[in-house]
Design a protein around this ligand. Structure first.
Ligand code: NAP
Length: 330
């Protein structure tokens, strides 16, 4: 049977452009013992993919090789199997790539419970929820009554961070790039305040929204929100550095704030990436599933259709055009 896959054939200069990719038609392979064939149904698009396309060998994960199928996570169904642990009909999540079908021996795949919709998996139980849980709960040491600011709040990770923090009794302030996103954060997700960081007077709006200062800053973007929030940090505040998307498509990263405040306020600043924490996936997925079942977590997916929609669609992440977790339904 023929299927399509998309290979990375060129590295980005600054922006992700269609000429970086080549769509190829392949033939599904014959299975050996211990192998099975996956049909991918939903493919996740994430800002980190920009980094994976770059030649940087010093990063937390090796770059995608030129000529290789582009790396991504996704949800797939087993459609043929010679592996007892993965019978036909079982559903899995894992790194599957920009492809309609993939051969697997099961390495790195997690079998999904029956009945959980694919968008709930990619929004809550997979990378966004795990990242939010790891950063906030395992590293942020949150305490009820504290104030948390999260940037990129209407995005996949940010919306999970804010809702976990609300469930844990914190005051939650989010920043996002449109009034519609801010309205969703307050009215649908129950954030205490949401600020459009593109509107004038960001510093003033943040000060009004955080009358008791900021105890935890969950950083997804960098940019002006970083400076404004850094200046509002309380003594012994914690900053979790998850992402810096404002710097992903620029030739020169923006200047960070002066370190003086780190000493004055005895701040803890912690960067993290999820590949260091894959061993905790079952435990953290279970925690996220519990919030979901308790009605404490809502999610929204921004779904594109067809494998090749990924090529242009990934840029929605960098323009703010995605409203919810960006994914492709195949
Ligand atoms: N450390 C880890 O292991 C890990 C894991 C997952 C994700 N991340 C990071 O977490 C961050 C959020 O990822 P996500 O998957 O949740 O994406 P997302 O928030 O669903 O989508 C990206 C959003 O970033 C915002 N954005 C884009 N350019 C911006 C800019 N110049 N300044 C401020 N905001 C900008 C846009 O929202 P607005 O409309 O609000 O601008 C856009 O919708 C990214 O930095 C990502 O790299 C890190």
């Amino acid at each position: 049977m023929e299927y399509k896959a998309i290979k990375l054939v060129k590295r980005p200069d600054i922006h992700i452009t269609p000429d970086l990719f080549e769509t190829v038609t392949l033939q599904t392979p014959d299975l050996q013992d211990g192998q099975f064939l996956l049909k991918q149904t939903h493919m996740s698009l994430d800002p980190a993919m920009k980094g994976w396309m770059m030649p940087d060998t010093e990063s937390y994960i090796p770059p995608v090789g030129l000529g290789e199928v582009m790396r991504s996570s996704g949800v797939a169904e087993v459609v043929e199997s010679r592996h007892e642990g993965f019978p036909v009909g079982s559903r899995v999540m894992g790194m599957i790539g920009w492809t309609e079908y993939a051969l697997s021996s099961g390495e790195g795949l997690t079998v999904l419970p029956e009945g959980v919709p694919a968008d709930a998996v990619l929004c809550v139980l997979a990378l966004p929820g795990l990242t939010a849980y790891q950063g906030l709960m395992k590293m942020g040491n949150p305490r009820a009554g504290e104030t948390l600011v999260v940037s990129g709040a209407a995005g996949s990770v940010g919306s999970m961070v804010g809702q976990i923090a609300k469930a844990e009794g914190l005051r939650v302030v989010g920043t996002a790039g449109t009034d519609e996103k801010c309205q969703w954060l307050k009215e649908e997700l129950g954030f205490d305040e949401a600020i459009n960081y593109k509107a004038p007077n960001l510093e003033e709006a943040l000060a009004t929204a955080t009358p008791d200062g900021v105890d935890i800053y969950f950083e997804n973007t960098g940019g002006p929100v970083q400076h404004a929030t850094f200046n509002r940090m309380n003594t012994h505040g914690r900053i979790l550095v998850c992402g810096m998307i404002a710097d992903y498509n620029t030739a020169t990263p923006s200047a960070g704030p002066s370190w003086l405040n780190i000493i004055r306020k005895r701040l803890t600043i912690q960067g993290f990436t999820m590949p260091d924490h894959w061993d905790k996936i079952p435990e953290m997925s279970q925690k996220m599933a519990t919030y979901l079942m308790n009605g404490q977590i809502k999610y929204r997916a921004h779904t594109l259709h067809g494998l090749e929609s990924a090529i242009e669609g990934i840029n929605l992440l960098f323009t703010g055009g995605n409203t919810g977790k960006l994914m492709v339904e195949l």
